[in-house]
Design a protein around this ligand. Sequence first.
Ligand code: GAL
Length: 836
Amino acid sequence: MERGRKIEIVSLILVLCLQLVVAANVSYDHRALLIDGKRRVLISGSIHYPRSTPEMWPDLIQKSKDGGLDVIETYVFWSGHEPEKNKYNFEGRYDLVKFVKLVAEAGLYVHLRIGPYVCAEWNYGGFPVWLHFVPGIKFRTENEPFKAEMQRFTAKIVDLMKQEKLYASQGGPIILSQIENEYGNVDKAYGAAAKSYINWSASMALSLDTGVPWNMCQQEDAPDPMINTCNGFYCDQFTPNSNNKPKMWTENWSGWFLGFGDPTPFRPVEDLAFAVARFYQRGGTFQNYYMYHGGTNFDRTSGGPLISTSYDYDAPIDEYGLLRQPKWGHLRDLHKAIKLCEHALIATDPTITSLGSNLEASVYKTASGSCAAFLANVGTQSDATVTFNGKSYRLPAWSVSILPDCKNVAFNTAKINSATESTTFAGSSAELGSQWSYVKEPIGISKADAFLKPGLLEQINTTADKSDYLWYSLRMDIKGDETFLEEGSKAVLHLQSLGQVVYAFINGKLAGSGNGKQKISLDIPINLVPGKNTVDLLGVTVGLANYGAFFDLTGAGITGPVTLKSAKTGSSIDLASQQWTYQVGLKGEDTGLATGDSSEWVSKSPLPTKQPLIWYKTTFDAPSGSNPVAIDFTGTGKGIAWVNGQSIGRYWPTSIARNSGCTDPCNYRGSYRADKCLKNCGKPSQTLYHVPRSWIKPNGNTLVLFEEMGGDPTQISFATKQTGSNLCLSVSQSHPPPVDSWTSDSKISNRTRPVLKLKCPVSTQVISSINFASFGTPKGTCGSFSHGRCHSSRSLSLVRKACVGSRSCTVEVSTRVFGEPCRGVVKSLAVEASCS
Ligand code: GAL
């Protein structure tokens, strides 16, 4: 190689290396976070690393970057990192350093919310359960043992990040850290100690000297220099507690979480985009989607009460890592439009004026003459026409238009330019094994470490959450003459439990069960026999509570009363105060059935089905292809499942969502609430459970389930999730032209027209057919379009010509292309297409 060229390359490498380690100075002022002295408009999204696999991380991060994110936010999950005191885990899904480095490699920043209380629908809010047993401990208040542990873990994480040079101050990606989480929502319950606890949390965090700012969310009294930030469905009305702090939004809920027994929440993207635009319109400069990718609560990590295994959250990237369209695409366009305003946004506060009732303009104008404007219609009923700077603008109800040059609309939150791509689950031909073997879990006490105690024990204090299961067992003598045995009248077992699931076995037979988010009260008619009878009660937790003041003391299990009543005479005897035998966990958990390796498995037929407490095992080959994999557990009851020894979480397809309150489609106009838009009423809350591809080998995989209720495992099947091959979109003449037609210096030619753009999501596919196309006034929504009164007869042939055979196509939505089918009417082009 020629010498000059060599020097060039060496110096290029040097420059690159230097760039990688060059420290950035992160600070803040009234307007924004400053990186190296420059105010920044930042868009952030939450991805919780243990809710996916390291193999999925690069793709999730890339899709976030492509969606226009600058920052990835994650909590740090103490219970995962320190499952036993002083025994740390930073491997696999808990490889935090790797996750942060991958984000850095993609060129994005990190917001590290250490907590260490995180809420997050995570078991026990992220606290390891051993913390509860530290002598004298009281959580989240002025309590020395708690503070010592909180400080130790927080310091541990900060030290780890520092060692790896991951703070921006060291050249890394972390620009911000969070301490505590929404304590301000519950602090009243903690009395006077709350204030000093929060002050202590702040100074403890500051003493760790990360070199980047800290925030506290939902903490109005966060002491300086902590930035108090907002969480909610809307944060445009929020103001930080000092004029020297920027207006920041740490949780913009992109949907909501699912609970077992609940319908599925969703949040229309028009409303989500509206909330974001309103925030930047009213002076915000940093917002974070909670969640951008929700993922899966593998293992026993889901919080309580009764949080489902899926943590999909209706996020822009779905549980399986696929884009949710048009949500992802519409937000991407929104981010572009906001970024076109950055220059003006960071320069000044907005000047906010009313343009009429429910109509508002915000103008950001710099001294050097650049100007950006946001026009909002916060009315929920009617569209409006406003005059702004002498020009007229049509604003749909509940929408914001963004004008990066104070003249032309780059984006309107209610006008979607991205196609719907319906992802689908397809049955997989991969056999889930016709060969099943089984082991029966003994009913009642079977382990040597069982113990006796008078009275009923609270479950979490007894199991320390080592298992979901606790046996409460009693032997009692029923004499022949007792009222409980009379002909024609049954005895009734009355029991109360703090949750979440309870099974009652009488003389080895399942007599009844119940479950609930709150207290469970059961009256179970039972048959007793003269002489010895056994009562075996199985208490089951489904995720420990994660939210609320003193959530850690919520309790679980059968705490009583437990009585035996005579249905005939009404007389009763108290069982609660008797001598009970306890067993923590299942025998099969101790003998390691989850891995599938044990010699206990029985393969002789018939396979026992529809009986409680059975372990099942089968082997299978990987479903073909590379699409994400799920198991459909329809046919089973409730339990936990493992693939090759890795827990894919709790399954519970028999938990049915209530039959009322669903609204699908849902009117996006008006304030969103967690229960506003629900679907899937009357159906199982969750039948499909994610099995990460990387956990499956080509052949010889093991699936183990522990079935509590009774079911038929031979009915379960694989499904793979495909990106949508059907595209659907309607763009009107009043839509803004594509945001991509703007140049980076916020200019657009005013001759640019709206277009309809289609693109097959899979790179090897092309548009194979146009199933519907109408330029005019088409009716209906995606999947059910039909011609309206006004329709250009050229629609179908023109769209076919432009699109069929190509991966993507762009059709201008104008009479120049389609002719004039009806004068004086705003027309739309609606298209449905298939890719293959
Ligand atoms: C917030 C909390 C988050 C999460 C969210 C609901 O209150 O900070 O951790 O629990 O609610 O998904």
